[in-house]
Design a binder for this molecule. Structure first.
Ligand code: GLN
Length: 257
């Protein structure tokens, strides 16, 4: 009898413990910067976009509820490192420096930095950026890239959109930013054009704390399942209309597997 009671008690304890762990793990907190269409941006009170939706699908696969925390782009990796967020998904390019700070999942998109100029600009290629004033978003790969251009001055903005405004007002000569948001900003503002030459091949991945290998594995499994099931591509197609862009994304998604 006693043995049975002890076993039952152990069972209850396991159950309680299990439930507590579940309750804590119920919510998947994602750090992002919702200023980066079509990956993450605000639509009314909601944060929508490719990353937001893919993260929602990943959370669903993990049996968790997604909670998105919007912050400055240069804070998203720190949020993961300090445990304020479980994952960071913000069109984050994998770089060696960042790999020292966090773990990255498999990559899910290929990207490039692009140059936006005004329609009448004399800047026609990356070489023409020498000595120019260039608007970038603080802490991004665009920011890092511009740092390497001879005699160029980087004007750093907390939002890509603000850099584009500065270009329209003639405060900067060009904006260097990721290709897809660049296309969105050019389409939303008259008098701007995108230079053809993309430079810097980059790839996006989801960042997770180095202390949470288990979550890294789970998120990777979920991400790869979404790619295999075609669900990932469906999200891309919803947000990136042009055929060639969608094709490029498919290529990236397939290669990244
Ligand atoms: N892909 C760029 C980076 O990782 C920009 C990301 C962003 O602005 N959200 O630095």
């Amino acid at each position: 009898m006693k043995k049975l009671a002890a076993a039952a008690l152990a069972g209850v304890m396991v159950l309680t413990f299990g439930m507590t762990a579940m309750a804590e793990g119920d919510v998947l907190v994602m750090a992002t910067n919702a200023e980066f269409p079509p990956y993450e941006y605000r639509e009314g009170d909601d944060i929508v976009g490719i990353d937001a939706e893919v993260a929602g699908l990943i959370a669903e696969k993990l049996g968790m509820e997604l909670q998105i925390e919007d912050m400055a782009f240069d804070s998203v990796l720190a949020a993961v490192q300090t445990g304020k967020a479980d994952i960071a998904m913000a069109g984050i390019t994998v770089t060696e420096d960042r790999q020292m700070m966090v773990n990255f999942t498999d990559t899910y998109t290929k990207a490039t930095q692009m140059i936006i100029v005004t329609e009448d600009s004399e800047i026609a290629s990356p070489d023409d950026l020498t000595g120019k004033t260039i608007g970038v978003q603080l802490g991004t790969t665009g920011d890092i890239y511009v740092d390497d251009i001879e005699d160029a001055t980087a004007e750093r903005f907390s939002k890509g959109f603000e850099a584009v405004q500065a270009l329209l007002q003639g405060k900067v000569d060009a904006v260097v930013i990721d290709g897809e948001p660049a296309k969105v900003f050019v389409s939303q503002n008259e008098g701007l054009k995108l230079l053809d030459d993309p430079f810097t091949e980059e790839e996006y991945a989801i960042a997770i704390s180095k202390d949470n290998e288990e979550l890294l594995e789970k998120v990777n499994t979920a991400l790869n399942e979404l790619k295999e099931e075609g669900e990932f591509q469906k999200v891309i197609d919803k947000y990136i209309a042009s055929d060639d862009a969608a094709e490029a994304e498919t290529e990236a998604a397939t290669e990244a597997k």
